[in-house]
Design a protein around this ligand. Sequence first.
Ligand SMILES: [Zn+2]
Ligand SMILES: [Zn+2]
Length: 731
Amino acid sequence: MTSPETSLGANAVRVGVVVETPQHSGLLGVLDYLWARPLDAGTLVRVPLGRRVVTGVVWPLDPASTGSMTSATDGDTLALHDLKAVIEVLDGLPALPAPWRKLVGFAAAYYQRGLGEMALMVLPPELRQLDDTQLQRRLKRLDKALSEAPDAAEVPPGVPGGAGADGGAGGPTLPALSEQQAQALEALAQGGAQPFLLWGSTGSGKTEVYLREAQRALDAGRQVLMMVPEINLTPQLEARVAERFAGRRIVSLHSGLTPAQRLRHWLMALQGHADLVLGTRLSVFTPLPRLGLIVVDEEHDPSYKQQDGARYSARDLAVYRARLEGVPVILGSATPSLESWHNALPVAQGGAGRYVRLDMPERIGGGVMPRVRLLDQNHVLKATMGQEPPPLSRPLLEAIAQRTERGEQSLVLLNRRGYAPVLHCSDCGWKSGCPHCSAWRVFHKADRTLRCHHCGFSERVPRACPDCGNQDIQPVGRGTERLEEQLAEALPGARLGRIDADVTRHKGALEAQLASVHAGEVDVLVGTQMVAKGHDFRRITLVAAVNPDAALFASDFRAAERQFALLLQAAGRAGRDADVAAHSEMWIQTWHATHPLYQSLVKYDFAAFAARQLEERQMAGLPPYASLAMLRAEGKTQAAAQGFLEAAALAVQDLIAQAPVNAGLMLYPAVPTPVQRVANVERAQLMIECGQRAVLQRFLSEAQAVWLAQAQQHRRSGLIRWAVDVDPLAI
Ligand SMILES: [Zn+2]
Ligand SMILES: [Zn+2]
């Protein structure tokens, strides 16, 4: 048998490669392989790993140069003849560019994941399956397609691409700019490569600013990365991009694509063929050799944060990437995250002064935001003491009925899907709990099921109480399905429609439902937060939030911020046109009308709301004034999960003692998560807080090694998995 060294020739060299290895394997860094000649960093290769052949990325052998974690083979003196050889080099592809590797290295280090895991996770899944021959075939097919249709935009099906004016001589007719849009664009043109926070109310024309800036970058021969929270919720933005840049190559990147589409779009980006990438959070890692601009629309949206595996924030990585590549980044929102808001506040006003803020307070076309009316339930509902209150109080019902009569539309927001959150037997007290989770199963009337929204466990609704046989089991509380039913009863003659995750589960259902709203076939639209996002409803003149109070008293410190954003976004669905804007209203049904959140909302005073929230965060030592990380554990029992966390905390006492005292590094006690059991797995968490981000980072990367060893021991006592969540969104 020939050793790899001899088969590769006498000049065989050591090549560093990162491959996808499980986080707990201990192989977190760069592995050594042999090849006949040195390979450029960023080249894709196929290498043996154990008994498998896997795809890897060539990486510089000195991990320090990429900011990655220590290699398991670091300092190891494996002789050349002990190394395995690279199997093949995928050299049909350009090497992944240096900024891409830096971004991946940074993300791995910052979010406490293995370098290989991060690098391979952000490649299109199909790419990881292909050998060189298969890849060559794909590339040839792509080349052929591109040469046959040099101008075709790769827009997803269903979007009217290429319908607008061609990108040639005169270009499409552009809408006239408002004064505030012109000012924002002027500031962007002067500002150069820095982060901008575009704070514009809904309907202020943020999209036009993105499109003009994108045009500028495209004209300069650069590529544009435009990020949106959820692609199927923003069909209008997609259509506008496709129309405006009809002569350009536009590709989308999101998890809804087929593996083949996703690979093709990614290859077009890497090869520089794609001019504009429109994508969700995963697109932040798209290699773009000519990158000139990054846009993050609705930057406050929680879906920019990955919720499992490597829990990265695409918004934060976009800002890092823009700085790395020396390009501007525009974060746009009507209700910025308090982190971004703080970053855009001048130092003199107590902010961090890192971003340039561009304000666009007015709606274009003379539209005004609807008048906000707080409907105090304490006054309205006195008459119905003791009974379940009606979904909508009388004045609100009357207001909706009037709209319907006038041929106008109303939107009723209730952020809870299903018919009722729980079924209840009044004889014995039975409730529709989930046998696998510490949660209730939701009653869905349409298919008569009890469904757990945490683990998916679903059963037919029992005819009688399973415990005592009582035939009369009752729904408690109300979801959108029940609200729709109750409104249909209360508003005879009105045509009801509903948009939530249940009605839109099937492909095309959301589009169909939206189309019927636009066509005026719906008088009253009931929906969850899904309806508040992105859609532009011309005929809605009344928006009602029927049960918005829960968020006021939630334990999560970000609940108020999220609720304010949701309500303001929902309000933005009304009164887009000047002729109806004047009598558009938003009704808030509340038991807490004097709450500061609502008082700020009435005045549309986000700045005041943010100032108050920031003050509270500063007093409590919460982000953005402190950095947080969450150590999460899952176990067969709650004791196993908490036991690991407690041992983990104990094992790093030395590291905590070494941290600078003024950094305020602190570990909180281990506690069960808010829903502590899901699918028979017990979950617990331990919060880590620190006043200095750098100190927290150093602590976490040192603690990681300790916890890896700890976790091995705890597996025997029922620990299933654990992870660190840096900058957690939900706590
Ligand atoms: Zn019963
Ligand atoms: Zn369940």
